[in-house]
Ligand binder design. Structure first.
Ligand code: ADP
Ligand code: MG
Length: 326
């Protein structure tokens, strides 16, 4: 490692603050040594963000620092895990102190909120790319899976859908609230933890509801009927859609169905557990919406609130479409 790399690690990524008790050796040794509590399974995930591929080059450093960790914590949330540690592999074109300060501050701001300690990483020179590995715990055997949805289970999502996708489309014109949703996604950690007792399956929505629900259904060998009028849309999303030029019905439905980057959870719950699940989430002020039901017939069928089948004009959606009444 070069002197500059050493300086970057020391200056921006090594912290004096108290360490987690389960970190026996953290940054500064050849590898981290970590203790998994007894009675827990270790949950591990990794995600890479590459400039101009996963985020526009103009994205602020703080947003990149937040998002690099947030997308990983979102994967842990979808598994029902409690986050504990992270490692960070940074490939940087240069060592810009302002960029590094903003990036690391936002990274640690989110890490601190969820009690995550950065325990190691790697720093190299090259085109901007950030890889984070996140670790967490679940009580033994209690993790949530994509597999497990059964016909009759109700399908839910947390929060609202389509905000990040609309922000991406509008660019500089996007309302700051929408922009925030794209740049600073909030991992639904508490929801994931609470759902361990209720959900038959869960996934986080990174690629869009239809795509990610599709993964959940493939894993479980089932299908789904979705009420597109029930899809949760934020007030800013609805307002933005009322502006001239944006009022295309297909977009009003297409963004919540297929735009990525929302990082909400999509999960299924057996009918007999729905009331209790809803009461539990409500008691923690977690927003959720029931959007449909699991069916035995494979594929995703979309319908309006009145039961009318909804067919997309856009070709791209046919892959997920169907002809059932739903
Ligand atoms: P080695 O050469 O033995 O692989 P490095 O020089 O890559 O070690 O890293 C030295 C220490 O700094 C290690 O503990 C490593 O985990 C940590 N580290 C390196 N880069 C980062 C980073 N971007 N964030 C956090 N820790 C890092
Ligand atoms: Mg070494």
């Amino acid at each position: 490692m070069s002197a500059t790399e050493f300086e970057i690690i020391r200056r921006y990524f090594t912290r004096q603050s108290p360490h987690r008790d389960d970190v026996i050796a953290g940054i500064g040794d050849d590898a981290a040594v970590l203790q998994v509590p007894s009675g827990s399974d270790l949950v591990v995930c990794m995600d890479t963000l590459v400039a101009a591929v996963h985020f526009p080059e103009s994205t602020p450093a703080a947003a990149i620092g937040h998002k690099a960790l947030a997308v990983n914590l979102s994967d842990l949330a979808a598994m029902g895990a409690t986050p504990s540690w992270a490692t960070l592999s940074l490939t940087l074109p240069d060592s810009d102190p302002v960029w590094l300060e903003d990036f690391s501050q936002a990274f640690f701001c989110l890490a601190d909120r969820y009690g995550v300690e950065l325990v190691g990483g790697d720093t190299t020179r090259g085109p901007l790319s950030i890889t984070v590995q996140a670790h967490g715990f679940v009580p033994t055997g209690k993790f949530l899976r994509r597999q497990g949805a059964r016909p009759g289970d109700r399908i839910y999502v947390t929060g609202t859908l389509g905000d990040a996708g609309l922000a991406l489309q509008l660019g500089d014109q996007a309302d700051p609230v929408l922009r925030q949703r794209l740049d600073y996604p909030e991992p639904r950690i508490t929801a994931g933890q609470l759902l361990r007792d209720y959900a038959s399956a869960a996934i986080d929505i990174s690629d869009g509801l239809l795509a990610d629900l599709g993964h959940l259904l493939e894993a479980g060998g089932a299908g789904a009927a979705i009420n597109i009028d029930a899809l949760p849309r934020s007030a800013v999303f609805v307002t933005a859609m009322q502006q001239p030029g944006l009022t295309q019905p297909d977009r009003f439905y297409a963004l919540p169905l297929s735009a990525g980057d929302d990082y909400e959870l999509c999960f299924t719950v057996p009918a007999q557990s729905c009331d209790e699940m809803e009461a539990t989430l409500s008691s923690q002020a977690i927003d959720y919406t029931s959007i449909g039901v699991i069916e035995a017939q494979s594929g995703i069928r979309c319908h309006r609130a009145n039961g009318e089948v909804y067919q997309f004009a856009t070709e791209g959606y046919q892959h997920f479409g169907g002809t059932g009444s739903g």
